[in-house]
Design a protein around this ligand. Structure first.
Ligand code: EPZ
Length: 418
């Protein structure tokens, strides 16, 4: 295993290129299952999760041709419909093959993803919705075993809670179902619009994307697509937190802050300057951050995926900050590690109280999940001394060459074998 090592105290300066969004690339890759025509994805990030998803599609018999930031997927000769546990356990987003497999092949056997560090992560909403569309089946030996012997048909789907991959699974299934599907309480995350663009290019008729009510007219056959993956708004927000913590002035090339309106306003309020510039945004900060309150919420609220990184930056802010994590039940694992660096954080269930410290101090810490690992990098950049972050594989799931990008703007950051 590898460690990421950060020697804090360097102001950042230069240009960072924002990669394609992990949470767009995965559902768009899944959409290729819906057709036997080859599909092309551009601006694909080089991530462990993308590799894992490609492995999963290959295990069905799909032909994957990955090139740098580009993936060709040909699902014309799919022969298996089983998503095995050893692949699914590495990446919960594997659940995204359930809808497309049922729609295309009439059956699917997908390992229950199981929980992860941040929560139980149930998929009951996905299963219930697909049953309303004509699928039958049950949970057997840790697998979701479902069939759609007469194909899927349109239905009215009411999600009790906003679910991003639940909305994506039903969008894909409905695109190849007979008749009209309406999704109520649909997720509005921008990544869903990226998926919908691909599905529309395939021939599906979709309205209401970005609203809480989405309608889909299914087709009996779908084309392929050539789709470009949008810039990663979570990577963008991660680097904004990093610059707020470590100070400096950096251009985030390719960043699109129209996808981050709420967080950008909050970052500005705590003292981070964020201005549009040619080809992206300039982010700068040269003074101690101010305190604030954050309540994570579904889009367009403050993204839960940026909560850990903000907590790291606020650990050095002036005053007391509050964070409520309203999406996942266990997404404060990074707080204990930040406290080992000198942060003053009190956790009570879904509430965190962060009393800004004068300094953080480098030490050995452990990454527990993807975004927690990013928060430890943010803290390490601002800490006095050297921070060694073990289990670096977590960060590689969702950030493309993060240490190279930060090193290029002046950070002292490198990898060591554990
Ligand atoms: C997606 O996960 C993202 N992953 C997550 O990003 C992100 O944190 C999350 O949405 C929230 O924005 C991908 O897009 C691949 P949900 P997802 O279904 O779809 C409950 C990252 O770091 N729920 O929107 O799995 C669930 O427990 C990852 O990049 C059910 O109860 O999240 C949670 O409390 C982490 N039953 C809430 O809904 C269900 O069937 C929202 O979860 C489904 C969800």
């Amino acid at each position: 295993m590898q460690k990421i090592v950060v020697e804090g105290g360097c102001e950042l300066s230069g240009v960072i290129e924002i990669s394609g969004a992990k949470n767009s690339a995965l559902p768009v890759m899944a959409a290729a299952i819906l057709t036997d025509v080859p599909c092309h994805l551009n601006n694909v990030p080089e991530l462990r999760d993308v590799d894992s998803f490609a492995q999963l599609l290959s295990s069905f018999g799909a032909k994957i041709t990955p090139r740098e930031h580009y993936v060709d997927i040909d699902c014309s000769s799919i022969r298996s419909v089983t998503a095995h546990y050893d692949l699914v356990k590495k990446m919960r987003a594997s659940i995204l093959v359930l809808g497309p497999l049922l729609a295309r092949q009439g059956m699917a056997r997908v390992s229950l993803p199981g929980g992860c560090a941040i929560g139980v992560r149930p998929v009951n909403f996905h299963i219930e919705a697909l049953k309303k569309m004509g699928a039958v089946g049950a949970l057997e030996n840790g697998y979701i075993n479902m069939k759609a012997p007469h194909g899927l048909h349109g239905a009215k789907i009411f999600f009790p809670k906003v679910t991003v991959t639940g909305t994506e699974n039903i969008l894909m299934a409905a695109s190849l179902a007979t008749g009209k599907t309406v999704i109520y309480n649909a997720a509005k995350e921008p990544e869903i619009a990226n998926l919908a663009n691909a599905l529309k290019k395939m021939g599906a008729h979709i309205t209401g994307i970005g609203s809480s009510k989405i309608a889909v007219e299914g087709k009996s056959l779908l084309n392929g697509f050539n789709e470009t993956i949008m810039a990663d708004r979570i990577e963008t927000g991660t680097f904004i937190s990093a610059i707020g913590a470590s100070k400096g002035s950096v251009v985030l090339e390719g960043a699109d802050i129209s996808l981050l309106e709420y967080p950008v306003e909050l970052y500005r309020l705590i003292g981070i300057n964020i201005d549009k510039c040619t080809g992206g945004i300039r982010v700068s900060c040269n003074k101690r951050l101010k305190n604030t309150s954050i309540l994570t919420a579904a889009y367009p609220g403050f993204p839960t995926d940026l909560q850990a990184q903000a907590m790291a930056a606020l650990s050095l802010a002036d005053g007391i900050s509050f964070i409520d994590e309203n999406i996942f039940e266990n997404r404060f694992m990074h707080a204990a590690e930040l406290s080992r660096m000198g942060a003053d954080i009190k956790i009570n269930g879904r509430h965190a109280i962060i009393k800004g410290a004068e300094h953080l101090y480098g030490t050995d810490v452990m990454a527990t999940d993807l975004r927690a690992s990013a928060s430890l990098v943010v803290a390490g950049l601002a800490a006095i001394g050297v921070t060694k972050i073990s289990r670096a594989y977590h960060i590689d799931r969702g950030y493309e060459k993060i240490e190279k990008k930060l090193e290029a703007v002046g950070a002292k950051i490198w990898r060591e074998n554990q």
